[in-house]
Design a protein around this ligand. Structure first.
Ligand SMILES: [Fe+2]
Length: 475
């Protein structure tokens, strides 16, 4: 926040404090620590960013869409010949990869495959993929897999095209946060899970092993040119993968819907200066609401019954809507917490994921902290937290603004129980002794924390993590 905006904020906060105490039954100590929705609204009208920009990969959606991947890539890369096809060893055995290969060959491409993309990638696995990409001197890229595969492809293309020390492009303060120097070769992303939305965003997430930190690279230049979203890919997914990725979708929508309003940001000095995580806006609200409604209706069904094609297809559509929403609004506290949770993983193994190394799937690392996080953010925009709970299927009649956090947290916990997802941090191996490290790992995720609807400081994170250790009624 710049100085002028901060001065305006402080003045308005003082002017509204007494009114808010009366209207929202918030005590003064709480009010002093949060940013009031009234203040955001009035500040926005005077000083804030009046514009928002919506960017997305071109989207082809529907069963059988993978057959068009060659034509779509040819449209993006008219003269290209050599294509790198990124996948992982599990997805690489599935018919969708063979279908992609055949479609690319039919459009005149020579395809070289890389099937060693790591699940929950690291700096080391990103760099191994980049070495393959550099050796191949490819004209274009195709990724077929979950978010880890798509992120690996983005990073491989970046480091092969603009070689640099790994931390150069990684988000500050963990890395240097340097801008991507120029355009990247065309990338067509084909998701096989209904979750991350990576096919639509300019974000690539990884674990920096030496720092025990989960972080990422964010640049609109990383956004794939096109996404081929084929729900056939989800028919064979194990229940645990559908559950973890489904809660990632749900949290993308919830966090976008409750992010700070874009108008509360300082006005961008030009189009290219406007951040991708620009805050909630009229467009992201539309996608977020529908994604929440779909998740409320279909997530548990999609987990429980692999033959429920309507549910699995609906979750794929929810992932697409939420992907565009959060790609242009941004996520906040639960995703910031997830970086620390996943980076410090404590020997948990989610059924449905490959045996071997301990792994907290991204969606699980996000949602275990979400009930406590939304209890904390609810006072900043209680009406949105209540609306979200209602869209997820909760009863909200008669609920007051002061109840919003509880109502939404209980709705989330109920869905987590129904989908057999770990209910809290204790269930994935964390205890009180881990809280300081979790807070430290989250506090550095400023890009995300600054997108919350209220100020988030270390003492707030400490309280939220302690509350997230044991879900109400979990055991
Ligand atoms: Fe996510």
């Amino acid at each position: 926040m710049d100085a002028r905006l901060h001065a305006g904020f402080s003045q308005l906060l003082r002017a509204h404090r007494e009114r808010c105490v009366r209207q929202h039954r918030v005590n003064r100590a709480t009010l002093a620590a949060v940013t009031c929705a009234h203040v955001w609204a009035e500040l926005a009208s005077e000083e804030g960013e009046g514009l928002f920009t919506i960017e997305s990969s071109a989207i082809t959606f529907g069963r059988g869409a993978i057959r068009e991947v060659g034509q779509v890539l040819r449209g993006a890369c008219p003269d290209g010949r050599r294509v790198a096809l990124f996948t992982d060893r599990v997805v690489g055995q599935l018919p969708i990869v063979e279908a992609a290969r055949a479609a690319l060959a039919a459009s005149g491409f020579d395809v070289a495959s890389f099937d060693a993309a790591a699940i929950e990638p690291t700096d080391a696995s990103f760099l191994a993929a980049a070495a393959f990409a550099k050796d191949g001197a490819f004209d274009a890229y195709v990724s077929v897999g979950g978010g880890s595969v798509i992120d690996t492809c983005k990073a491989a293309s970046l480091y092969a095209t603009y070689p640099a020390d790994f931390l150069t492009y990684v988000n500050a303060p963990v890395g240097g946060g340097a801008p991507v120097p120029g355009p990247l070769p065309p990338h067509v992303a084909c998701p096989t899970t209904s979750g991350t939305g990576s096919e639509l965003t300019g974000i690539a997430v990884c674990d920096v092993l030496a720092l025990h930190a989960k972080t990422g690279i964010a640049s609109r230049r990383l956004r794939p040119a096109a996404a081929i979203v084929d729900p056939d890919a989800t028919d064979t997914l194990p229940a645990g993968v559908v559950a973890a990725s489904g809660f990632d979708v749900l949290c993308h929508a919830l966090e976008s819907y409750t992010a700070r309003p874009h108008r509360t940001r300082a006005r961008a000095s030009g189009a290219s200066e406007r951040p991708m995580s620009q805050g909630r806006n009229a467009w992201s609200d539309v996608g977020s609401r529908e994604a929440l409604r779909l998740a409320g209706a279909f997530l548990v069904r999609a987990v429980r019954d692999a033959a429920d094609r309507e549910a699995r297809e609906s979750m794929m559509w929810a992932a697409t809507l939420a992907g565009v929403a959060f790609g242009n609004a941004g996520v906040h506290v639960p995703h910031a917490m997830a970086y620390a949770v996943a980076g410090l993983g404590h020997g948990f193994h989610m059924p449905g994921y490959p045996e071997g190394a301990p792994l907290v799937p991204h969606g699980v690392s996000v949602v275990v902290g979400a009930p406590a996080a939304f209890r904390f953010t609810a006072s900043a925009c209680p009406e949105r937290h209540l609306q979200a709970a209602g869209l997820l299927g909760a009863e909200t009649r008669g609920a007051a603004g002061a109840d919003a956090g509880d109502v939404l947290a209980r709705a989330l916990s109920g869905l987590m129980r129904a989908a057999s997802v770990p209910p809290d941090l204790a269930a994935i191996g964390f205890g009180e002794e881990h809280v300081p490290a979790l807070v430290a790992g989250t506090a550095v995720q400023r890009r995300l924390l600054d997108n919350a609807p209220c100020r988030v400081e270390r003492p707030d994170l400490d309280r939220v993590f302690r509350a997230a250790l044991h879900a109400e009624g979990a055991r």
